[in-house]
Design a protein around this ligand. Structure first.
Ligand code: PHE
Length: 357
């Protein structure tokens, strides 16, 4: 007998073997529950060396009669198993989709909470202040935070070594002795008075918001950076009454119509006369408390009539034109509006503070 290298193909001598293949194939297919197992099942029955394939290949060696009946049965089984294979494949695919659907994202569930951003309290108060002045006809202009000594001091009638320089402790960029045009971080927004008047002719009505810097130890009422709003109006016939009317109106719109306002003399080298504006203390109602240093009044700004020498220095005729100027701290106004007792809270970035506005 000659040995065959291939395993002998299954040669069903009768329908019994085909029936066996059929029932095994069906029960195994039944147990298949994923794509890999299905592929193994296909290879073992319908693959090139699959059990049914081998039966079909072996048909030629059968006697004619048997070949006919076994052949018909085997071909029927092949068609049926192929159909069942496709069916199973489709069902597996479907349950994979179902599994995906089961774990899909439920878009109707509420998402993780988003923290709403909001404007910084300084910005909120600044915008209210600017809205107020814009409605009175002022234009908003901005200027540089790094400034020449000239604009911050000299042109405002505060020469080097003048005692008034002590009113503004300065952060210098150049050592004053080493440069003939030293630069600094502006200590107030007043230098913009000069810059504007140098470039424009009256009538002028501007407000200038911006950051200012001071070389100061911080405490509840002092910060080394703060925001100011400067005001400047120059025209024919502008008087102290215009200044008082403008500022009283502003104070009533920001602090409420019942606030009392009071003007008192004060000194600033660039105005003559100079004054301060106070409002009655809303905490104690004028009785005197810690916030108003027991005076019953709280200072909110400095102001005055633009010094005639300054009008002349920018080329205006001081016989024809007069003007007023004022300057105030935005954080200070926000503190008074909201009852904030420490200016350092503004820029320490503590959300427990910022969330309240
Ligand atoms: N610039 C002054 C300050 O910062 C305030 C001021 C402005 C006073 C305009 C008078 C006129 O203290």
């Amino acid at each position: 007998m000659a040995a065959t290298p291939d395993p002998a193909p299954l040669m069903p001598s009768d329908n019994e073997s085909l029936t066996q293949i059929e029932s095994q194939a069906r029960s195994e297919l039944d147990a298949v529950d994923d794509d890999d197992a299905l592929e193994r099942w296909r290879v073992s029955y319908l693959g090139r060396r699959g059990r049914l394939t081998l039966v079909l290949r072996g048909l030629t060696s059968l006697p004619l009669e048997e070949r006919k009946s076994v052949g018909a049965q085997a071909n029927r089984l092949k068609r049926e198993l192929e159909a069942e294979l496709q069916e199973k494949k489709a069902r597996l695919g479907q349950s994979a989709t179902e599994a995906l659907i089961a774990e899909r994202i439920d878009v109707t569930l509420p998402g993780p909470p988003l923290r709403a951003g909001r404007l910084h309290p300084t910005t909120q108060t600044l915008r209210d202040m600017l809205d107020c002045f814009v409605s009175m006809g002022f234009q908003v202009v901005e200027g540089p935070e790094i400034e020449w000594d000239h604009y911050n001091f000299e042109a405002l009638r505060i020469p080097k070594d003048h005692p008034a320089r002590d009113m503004w402790d300065t952060l210098w960029i150049d050592a004053q002795e080493e440069s003939d045009r030293p630069m600094l971080l502006r200590t107030h927004t007043s230098p913009m008075q000069i810059r504007i008047m140098e470039q424009a002719q009256p009538p002028i009505r501007v407000v200038v918001p911006g950051k200012c810097y001071r070389y100061e130890a911080t405490d509840p009422t002092h910060e080394w950076m703060m925001t100011q709003v400067e005001g400047l109006a120059v025209d024919e016939g502008i008087s102290m009454a215009d200044l008082k009317g403008t500022l009283a109106d502003f104070a009533h719109r920001i602090f409420g119509p019942d606030r009392k306002v009071r003007f008192r003399c004060d000194y600033f080298p660039f105005v003559e006369p100079g004054m301060e504006l106070r409002i009655d203390c809303f905490l104690c109602g004028g009785e005197g408390c810690r916030t108003c240093s027991r005076s019953g009044w709280i200072e909110i700004l400095g102001a005055g009539m633009v010094h005639p020498e300054i009008l002349e220095s920018v080329g205006y005729d001081s016989e024809r034109y007069t003007g007023f100027a004022f300057g105030m701290g935005v954080e200070r106004i926000a503190m008074l509006r909201h009852g904030i007792d420490d200016i350092r809270l503004f820029y320490s970035n503590d959300l427990r503070f910022l969330d309240q506005f």
